[in-house]
Design a binder for this molecule. Structure first.
Ligand SMILES: [Cu+2]
Length: 375
């Protein structure tokens, strides 16, 4: 069993029930997923840094974190593969339709894998076999399925996993090729379902593994098309015409506005001289991301998550197509707050996209001195 199937189970019977206290408490805290079969660890995310000040123009203030939380904990991802011969994994995901706030006061009906956006990250080794079950919970209204880009087979498994509410479907597949791949719902209205949150990442590690890093983060982007202007309070319905025009209301990192910043669920954290690896999935359904760390650089970058290729090095911005992924490494030589953006910056300034990595440690004035007059 894996991921969401291991979490406390609060299956609402109506939209109102989806906002129940039990669900709130389940979703509110980061790092609640339990490990199973060595696939998941949950070190937890730092709390909001109340002392930090931010003066950049692109930061807007949120009075509180959206509740309930659908933003995936960026530190809740399976640890690196530590086995050296093929294994079989039992992995399951639940399709859950969750009403939550994109930002405070803006309600939206999400569709998710495991109650989070992006859905739980899956990590296996090339040559492993996955006995996979998709459960569409009985509280769902719509049928769902799953297409893994890591799968050889019709629809990446989508046909065989089509599950009406209250039903489960299983497939078995062997991970034949390494890399970071998207998984997503692929029902006929697949763009609607992906926009509403139904996507995630499966990483098939190469047999030889990866070089160690100090931290790993799991991030996902999607754009949401609603029937009200960005930021207008109230319940936002879905706008199919806006989606046809590819004119989203929100472009989001981990499913909610500014989720991974001090103004919502807290930034990611690291220390000076540490290294980090980012697994990034762009659900789309339509927009290409220009993925950039402000105040830093992708030290190594595997375009499209194609880990079997040689990485590009010291890349400022990586384009990540909708329905694709990237694997990016970073160094942290100085204390700073790195802002994670889509460098199509109107998405940051006006449509809700932003993440932060707060790096703490000794100042390194030889590398960066913000005030040279005083030293
Ligand atoms: Cu779906």
């Amino acid at each position: 069993m894996f991921g969401s199937s291991q979490k406390p189970n609060a299956e609402p019977s109506s939209d109102e029930a989806k906002d129940s206290p039990s669900r709130r408490s389940f979703l509110k805290g980061f790092g609640t997923a339990a490990a199973a079969g060595g696939l998941i660890s949950s070190p937890g995310l730092s709390v909001l840094d109340a002392e930090a000040k931010d003066t950049t123009a692109m930061e807007t203030s949120l009075s509180r974190a959206p509740d309930p939380q659908v933003a995936a904990d960026p530190t809740d991802l399976p640890p690196p593969v530590d086995w050296s011969s093929p294994r079989t994994h039992d992995i399951s995901l639940k399709c859950e339709e969750v009403t939550a706030e994109i930002e405070p006061g803006v309600e939206f009906s999400y569709m998710t894998f495991g109650g989070q956006v992006p859905g739980p990250m899956i990590r296996v080794r090339r040559g492993d076999t996955i006995e996979f079950t998709l459960e569409n919970v009985s509280a769902s209204v719509k049928p769902h399925n799953i297409d893994f880009h890591a799968v050889y087979g019709t629809g990446g498994g989508a046909e065989a996993t089509m599950a009406p509410p209250g039903q489960s479907q299983s497939i078995s597949f062997r991970a034949e090729y390494p890399g970071a791949y998207i998984y997503h719902c692929a029902v006929p209205n697949l763009d609607y379902h992906i926009s509403s949150g139904m996507f995630g990442l499966i990483f098939v590690e190469p047999e030889e593994g990866l070089p160690p890093v100090d931290r790993e983060f799991y991030l996902g982007q999607q754009e949401v098309y609603t029937d009200k202007p960005t930021g207008e309070k109230g319940s936002h319905g879905f706008d199919f015409e806006a989606m046809k025009r590819e004119d989203p209301t929100y472009v989001l990192l981990n499913g909610q506005k500014h989720a991974l910043t001090k103004n919502a669920f807290g930034p990611m954290t690291a220390a000076v001289d540490e290294t980090a690896r980012v697994f990034f999935v762009n659900g789309g359904p339509n927009l290409t991301s220009s993925f950039h760390p402000i105040g830093n650089v992708w030290t190594k970058a595997w375009r499209e998550g194609a880990i079997a290729s040689e990485p590009e090095r010291q890349v400022q911005t990586m384009t990540v197509a909708p329905g694709s992924c990237g694997i990016f490494e970073m160094d942290f030589p100085v204390p700073e707050t790195v802002k994670i953006v889509d460098h199509a910056l109107s998405r940051v300034a006006r449509k809700g996209f932003l993440g932060e990595i707060k790096i703490e440690g000794e100042a390194q004035p030889d590398i960066f001195d913000p005030d040279p007059g005083t030293t």
